[in-house]
Design a protein around this ligand. Sequence first.
Ligand code: IMP
Length: 183
Amino acid sequence: MTPILATSNIHKAREFKKIFRDAGIALKHVSLKTIEIQSERLEDIAVFSSLQAFEAVGRPVFVEDAGLFIESLDGFPGPYSSYVYRTIGLEGVLRLVGDDREARFVSVISYYDGRTSPHIFRGEVHGRIAERPRGRYGFGFDPIFIPEGSDKTFAEMSRGIKTGKSHRGLAARRFIAWLRGQG
Ligand code: IMP
């Protein structure tokens, strides 16, 4: 069975396609914008989106909700990451961050097949906020996020290198392992 991803974010779709291709699985992408509920938990947002996506697609489908959590800002912007990116942007976030630059990126996948309740897969990567934006790859907060164990921002890494380390890669590989277990 070919898994189906619903997202209106082309960058996410490309990253998921790369991760699945690396695992030897073809992925179908449906461009779909779901209504994002407001919640402090990415899990709630992802589950709700996956129910909507299933209604729209009519077949088992998965969605992902992700966020950047800055520790010194009590996890801000977290579930509000896309709004914050569109409004104050990278420069705005850099102005808010002080000396403690610790942060983490979280990805939550919700897969819904219309039968059981949605299945959740989570990936989290720790790192820090860069002093200034660096790199030209990726999207969103990639130019200001440096994953633990690296000197480069996500935006300075090719798609393959980023997905090897990223929150999305971790969540997706957990999902793939589960799919394999389903036969
Ligand atoms: P969404 O609500 O899951 O679409 O993602 C929230 C926002 O977080 C996006 O609009 C991006 O700005 C940011 N974001 C999510 N994942 C990533 C990533 O892998 N790199 C950089 N920014 C990301």
